[in-house]
Design a protein around this ligand. Structure first.
Ligand code: FMN
Length: 337
């Protein structure tokens, strides 16, 4: 494992070696084994609570992660549904993660307001994930510990505004004073260095990690991701105003056709967007059906390898970026002298 190269508010807050976070990967693919690999490689990972709706199964995942990380802190991803009672349905999982001593939570979806008091009382750090800086201001006012700002390049939910990560990184760091994590399209150390140079405290990745050896998805799918050049994603469900960047497959094409038809009736979409199709695709490696979150950062996923190797490469690449900047600024200085 590489030595720490950067110290930021996020590395200090979470007690991690590198300012690298790996976002929740649902349905249940970000499990204890993957998250432990991320934590043991010096980053922070999040077990997806929604992937383990049965409380006992969720508790088992947390126990296993604690064991695999030797007691180091790890995180949980909490999706807060916008539907009525969405936050209340999380109560059991909240109790379990607090009892298990989970260090931090990545919240996503609706406002984290209803879950904040319980988490704050228990000393759990809350990083709220938003697809646009305007929502980050609201989260900051609510008192979250940090925000994860996800740009349009991201696999998963880029929001309705479609603003790039490059714009949002510069905007967020200028407008907000709390710790900021930049995500969407990131998979290299030079992007990490650039994000930190722009004022961010860490980056977060999803698509780049689809080839992690420890991730519980079929090797055939990981190999497909390795072959991908980043042009195979499409944003669908625009008709439902629930923009979703996924792999172009039969389901995505059917949903894109519904979007184009102007349909906003969920019942028409249901058969194509059922979570069970995605679960089946990840298990079998047959990716023709299901909404498979997928972003252009797969272009950086060049081989199936352990999380630690991916992180080592990122840190080496970040160091090279710093050297390059050092050379450029020396050049500038020489020109001035
Ligand atoms: C396969 C996959 C599954 C994901 N599942 C979830 C999820 O269940 N909950 C969530 O908040 N984000 C989810 N995301 C989004 C990631 O946590 C992260 O925000 C996003 O991948 C960052 O953009 P990137 O893909 O360009 O790195 C998923 C992303 C991928 C690629």
């Amino acid at each position: 494992m590489r030595e720490a190269l950067f110290t930021t508010r996020i590395t200090e807050m979470l007690g991690i070696r590198h300012p690298i976070l790996c976002g929740g990967l649902g349905p249940a693919i970000a499990d204890a084994d993957y998250v432990a690999a991320v934590v043991n490689a010096g980053g922070m990972g999040f077990i997806v609570a929604a992937g383990f709706p049965d409380p006992d199964a969720f508790r088992e995942q947390l126990t296993r992660c604690r064991l695999l990380t030797g007691g180091k802190g790890f995180g949980v991803n909490l999706y807060i549904s916008r539907q009525a009672g969405g936050a209340q349905r999380l109560e059991r999982h909240l109790q379990i993660l607090i009892e298990a001593g989970v260090k931090c939570v990545e919240t996503a979806g609706a406002s984290p307001e209803p879950v904040l008091p319980m988490l704050r009382d228990a000393g759990v750090k809350v990083l709220h994930k938003v697809p646009a800086v305007r929502y980050a201001h609201t989260a900051a006012r609510l008192g979250v510990d940090g925000v994860i700002v996800v740009g349009n390049d991201c696999g998963g939910h880029p929001g309705i505004y479609g603003i790039s990560s490059m714009v949002q990184a510069a905007q967020a760091t200028a407008e907000l004073s709390l710790p900021i994590v930049i995500a969407g399209g990131i998979g290299t150390g030079r992007q990490l260095a650039a994000s930190l140079a722009m004022g961010a405290d860490a980056i977060l990745m999803g698509s780049r990690m689809l080839v992690a050896k420890e991730l519980a998805i079929h090797d055939a799918y990981k190999k497909q991701v390795v072959r991908g050049d980043g042009t195979e994603s499409i944003v669908v469900k625009t008709g439902l105003k629930d923009h979703h960047r996924v792999l172009v497959n039969d389901s995505a094409k059917a949903v894109a056709a519904l979007d184009a038809s102007g349909s906003s009736e969920f019942e028409q979409y249901r058969a194509h967007v059922m979570g069970a199709l995605a679960t089946q695709a990840y298990r079998s490696g047959d990716s023709r059906q299901g909404m498979l979150d997928y972003g252009p950062a797969v272009v950086f996923a060049d081989a199936i390898k352990p999380v630690e190797s991916i992180f080592d490469e990122m840190i080496d690449d970040a160091r090279n970026a710093l050297t390059r900047l050092g050379q450029l600024t020396r050049q500038l200085k020489n020109d001035h002298d």
